[in-house]
Design a protein around this ligand. Sequence first.
Ligand code: F6R
Length: 608
Amino acid sequence: MCGIVGFTGSQSAAPILLDGLKKLEYRGYDSAGIAVLGENGIHMEKAIGMIKNLDAKIQGGAAMSGASGIGHTRWATHGEPTDVNAHPHMSNDDKFAIVHNGIIENYAALREELKEKGFQFKSETDTEVIVHLLDLYYEGDLKKAVMKTVARLEGAYALGILCAEEQGRIIATRHAAPLILGVGVGENYFASDVTALVAHTKNVVYLEDGEIADITPENITLYNELGKEVEVKVTRIAWDIAAAEKGGYEHFMLKEIMEQPHALKSTIEPRIKDGEIVLDDFNLTDEDLKKINKVMITACGSAFYAGSVGKYVIEELCRIPVEADLASELRYRNPLVDEHTLLVVVSQSGETADTIAAMKECKARGARILAIVNVVGSTIAKLADDVVYTWAGPEIAVATTKGYTTQVAVMHMLAVYMARRLGRLTDEENKALVEDILQFPSLIQRAIDLNPNIQTLSEKYHGYNNLFFIGRNLDYAACMEGSLKLKEISYLHSEAYGAGELKHGTIALIEKGRPVIALACYERLFDKMMSNIKEVKARGAQVLAVVLEGNRQIFAEADDVIFVPRTNPLFNSLPEIVPLQLFAYYVAKANGCDIDKPKNLAKSVTVE
Ligand code: F6R
């Protein structure tokens, strides 16, 4: 989704803004633009397509002079990707330039009102109303004009503002869309996320909803929505520049797959004390926990599939009913939620619009909200009652890998933690489960090491269109993630099916040579899976089986086999996903796809 950067200091702004936009490329975009304030007013340049087009147009920034400016990558929502619709947008008198992330829901009415007042619109965007409103309300006091402008907006926005009459000053504000300030020495920044800031500073300020930041090279002043000055709280981020760069890997996705052991270690180890799982940020008392009669898990995409793993494990260990719902469905139904419901919200970015909406819906009905989130200070983290962070570090590839596995790990920890507090685990059982969880980083490393043949296998399978993933129980949850990984980066069509469902329709599609990836690591149901594998083999399918290390029975039926290291049967879907991530990666590579930035996809889905 759209990305925003802003800079003010004493150096030339354009190269810094350009570099910041490159760091935000992973979010997904179709055009880019920059506006810089120089001696002769605001100079704006935009280009559709990749940032390299903009880079060439402004000669790496050399063609734009000025020490303050704003930049934007646009992911089109209102109006096609064109130069005119790209941001920044400027007022008719060239006094203001703005960049915007989010959607202004009442833009049509505002557009009519502003047209009647004589403002001329150049673009089809919802954003352009904002710059004309600023022009309308500006009477020499920029902060006041911003306050009056945002008071008219309905919807979501993160805004960066430049005013030709205010040398060295940039303004940033947000409501329900991410925006972070970077604090430098004699220079300051803002950006949609920290990846665009880490090259310059590790000191950041997470803007609260509705806050307005008035930024000059020497100073940041923060105001709340009422215009009252509020304290600037500077946080030191743990990520460094290496985390936001490829570090020798051909793609961020491969780097992030390889980072999983480390990401899991950071997520798990600090939370295990004296053999017990301690979730410091989950502040539910034992009494409150005992009153919870239902757990609901909601999320989108892969985060939902991580939640689906959680459903099986929490239900099994805690013996509480657990529902897992897509956020985009949950928000539009009339769910039975009350103060005895624990809603677990899962999100890497913490900014997914449907997840936020579902969460607000359940919160209004009294649910207690626990968020499992990767991005510190994100909207979901702020809205939740309790937050357990997945310390995966920045995830740049659009297709999640370490984001997903750390979410699954937290789901497992949550299940054991709740079961223990509910008195459902003996000391012995708890000890064994905690020891298994502590082994996750080395388990994942073994899953990576065990499969040097995945690249060779992918060469055999990359030419097929239409693959099926089948599995039961926890294997089914892993099927959904494995299938999504493959389709989103390789553009091959694949479907995930509960293996028992095949005979209810899908088996009609199984024919000679049809690839079926059969996940059979959940050994309690291994015999059932073998029957399903036989069913598809009998119809000519080519079966790639994923089974636990040491399973030799599978050779009787499968054409190809991937082995997965063993752990507690409840946790096996975690190592099981690793070869499927690698399989998707190598298939996409063999097909020449843009792995880190698949077409039409955005990293952080901030629109509905
Ligand atoms: C797939 C993928 C998406 C996200 C989904 C939710 O690889 O990354 O399906 O899982 O868009 O995003 P978050 O976790 O940021 O809420």
